[in-house]
Ligand binder design. Structure first.
Ligand code: CTP
Ligand code: MG
Length: 219
């Protein structure tokens, strides 16, 4: 069957503070252009959700739809805009995408119908004490054994993901990613080893890291 890459890129980039984040450049190339180019070789079509009023830059080979107020809403619109059997969802904000991860995800999802990139948590995890200002006082330790940090890409059977989105919208359920919606529906999601390179550009520090990486790798 056909496979589409769906790229939610309609966020405003509040934490980065540089305007609509997908259009922010790293070493002369936008996060969105990087994500589109990384995925195009593996799929039949690429669709992106953009902020209202913005258009794809020339040379970015994709189809654009207008995004929604939330990431979940933006993905929901992308799902309605394709008839592909399999969809690969990837944040525009994760510009470095190893081929190994894409291939492993497509293979895993062909078996289980749902798969996401994820990495074992390496840092110590702690909850802060209630009543204190956030992040100020150590509360309780959260054992990190068995905990994984979820990344994108995530690959799904389109019909199953669309059903999950439709149910979530109807019932007012929200999740930060698409695997979370499938799991909420009782579906099984396979975890595939992700990559440190798949970090999400969220803060100015992340952008500096991305710049350094791009200059190093592309030099
Ligand atoms: N996204 C989207 N539509 C939204 C919000 C987010 O398509 N209404 C996309 C972003 O463009 C990004 C991905 O979802 O590629 C992950 O979101 P995030 O990193 O939170 O990006 P922003 O929402 O833009 O950033 P912030 O939360 O700091 O405003
Ligand atoms: Mg956001």
């Amino acid at each position: 069957g056909r496979t589409a890459a769906l790229i939610p890129a309609a966020g405003s980039g509040t934490r980065l503070g540089r305007g609509p984040k997908a259009f922010v450049e790293v070493a002369g190339r936008s996060l969105l252009a990087r994500s589109v180019a990384a995925l195009a070789p593996y799929v039949d079509e690429v669709l992106v959700a953009l902020p209202a009023g913005l258009a794809l830059s020339p040379g970015v080979n994709a189809r654009a739809v207008v995004g929604a107020d939330t990431r979940q809403g933006s993905v929901h619109r992308l799902l309605h805009a394709t008839s592909a059997d399999t969809v690969l969802i990837h944040d525009a904000a994760r510009p470095f995408l190893p081929e190994r991860v894409v291939l492993a995800l497509l293979e895993a999802a062909a078996e289980t119908g749902a798969a996401t990139a994820a990495l074992p948590v390496a840092d110590t995890l702690v909850g802060t004490e209630s009543g204190d200002s956030p992040g100020r006082l150590w509360g309780h330790l959260v054992p990190r054994e068995g905990l994984w940090a979820v990344q994108t890409p995530q690959v799904f059977t389109r019909a199953a993901l669309l059903a999950a989105h439709t149910a979530a919208e109807r019932e007012g359920f929200t999740a930060t990613d698409d695997a979370g919606l499938i799991a909420w529906q009782g579906g099984r999601v396979r975890l595939v080893p992700g990559d440190a390179l798949l970090f999400k550009v969220t803060t100015p520090g992340d952008l500096a890291l991305a710049e350094a990486l791009a200059r190093n790798v592309e030099a």
